[in-house]
Design a protein. Structure first.
Length: 331
């Protein structure tokens, strides 16, 4: 975790030099490659910047249908309400008073259908979460399973499980993030709230790193970062509170999963808001976080979200399978 911005260029993977081929052969190979390659969320949204910026309304078109068409294969990743919001954004930018009324032959600029617009709409799910410090009845399935797993692995004592959950709900209300997102983040950083997790220079449930301008210093452990490992999960959550205040997470709230994770990993990277743009994140990270899990490639907001969710599904899925086997064996 770093507080001050890092210098340097974005971590964009290079490609080795290759022998020059005949132009016709090159074009033919490229057509074959693109025809067979699956279209990723990143690639599809990147195409929105140059393709189909101006469209002409045909009979039977609606702004909703044009929006779905513009999204293409990634439309399924958005709910109907999100697509409606995006259509209304297009209407506002084009001076269309009624989003339900467009005419055949009308030219519409679809430029608002950019990666930024898509990112903002994906974040609206976070706004719907009730950040209630006393919300003990709030549905937090990922957090609940992560805590159950943490108890089973000895990271959290059974006596402290309820208190840890209450503390996380309180932090979620104060810093404006979803409790389940916090759980997914810890599953990546510390195997799900392991207070003894360390890679030698970063320690604890969100990996407070050593260094004058990094997480351990922000939490008050600049001179002795390894002492964080002696703290319980409850005590480390107090450090998380201090760190989130120091990095001004609330200014990005309600924070989506990618902003929450970037706050922990490299706060300066939050300034890049495009969902498919390479992020300036130094060092080698977990393969889950890269596009295509290629550690020689790039990390984007999209790849972070996909990686965190995939990692959480796998870890919690393994845990639930183990519980089921234990229950069956005890029958």
């Amino acid at each position: 975790m770093q507080i001050l911005p890092r210098g340097g260029d974005p971590n964009v993977a290079g490609t080795p030099d290759q022998p020059r081929a005949e132009p016709a052969r090159v074009r033919e190979r490229e057509r074959e490659r693109t025809a067979s390659a699956p279209v990723s969320f990143r690639q599809a949204l990147a195409g929105l910047k140059s393709d189909m910026q101006m469209v002409t309304v045909q009979r039977g078109d609606t702004l909703m249908s044009l929006t779905r068409r513009q999204l293409g294969e990634v439309a399924e990743q958005f709910s109907p309400s999100q697509i409606l919001q995006m259509a209304r954004s297009v209407a506002r930018e084009n001076g269309i008073a009624d989003a339900n009324r467009i005419q055949p032959g009308q030219a519409i600029n679809m430029a608002p259908m950019t990666t930024m617009a898509a990112l903002k709409l994906r974040q609206t799910d976070v706004i719907a979460v009730r950040f209630d410090a006393g919300g003990a009845n709030a549905a937090t399935p990922v957090l609940d399973r992560t805590l159950a797993r943490a108890v089973a692995r000895g990271y959290v004592s059974p006596a402290e499980q309820a208190a840890v959950k209450d503390k996380i709900l309180s932090l979620a209300g104060r810093h404006q993030f979803a409790p389940d997102d916090f759980a997914q983040m810890t599953l990546m950083e510390s195997d799900g709230m392991n207070p003894r997790a360390t890679n030698g220079s970063c320690h604890g449930i969100i990996q407070f790193c050593a260094g004058g301008n990094r997480g351990a210093a922000s939490a008050g452990y600049a001179k002795n970062p390894r002492e964080i490992l002696n703290l319980s999960v409850l005590e480390q959550l107090d450090l998380v509170d201090r760190y989130f205040s120091d990095t001004r997470l609330k200014d990005h709230g309600p924070a989506a999963l990618d902003d929450l994770y970037l706050t922990v990993l490299t706060p300066a990277a939050r300034s890049e808001t495009r969902a498919n743009a390479p992020l300036n994140i130094a060092g080698r990270q977990a393969a889950y976080l890269y596009e295509g899990r290629d550690q020689n490639g790039i990390i984007t907001r999209n790849s972070i979200v996909a990686g965190l969710k995939s990692n959480a599904r796998e870890r919690l899925g393994d845990f639930m399978s183990t519980l089921a086997r234990m229950e069956m064996s005890g029958m």
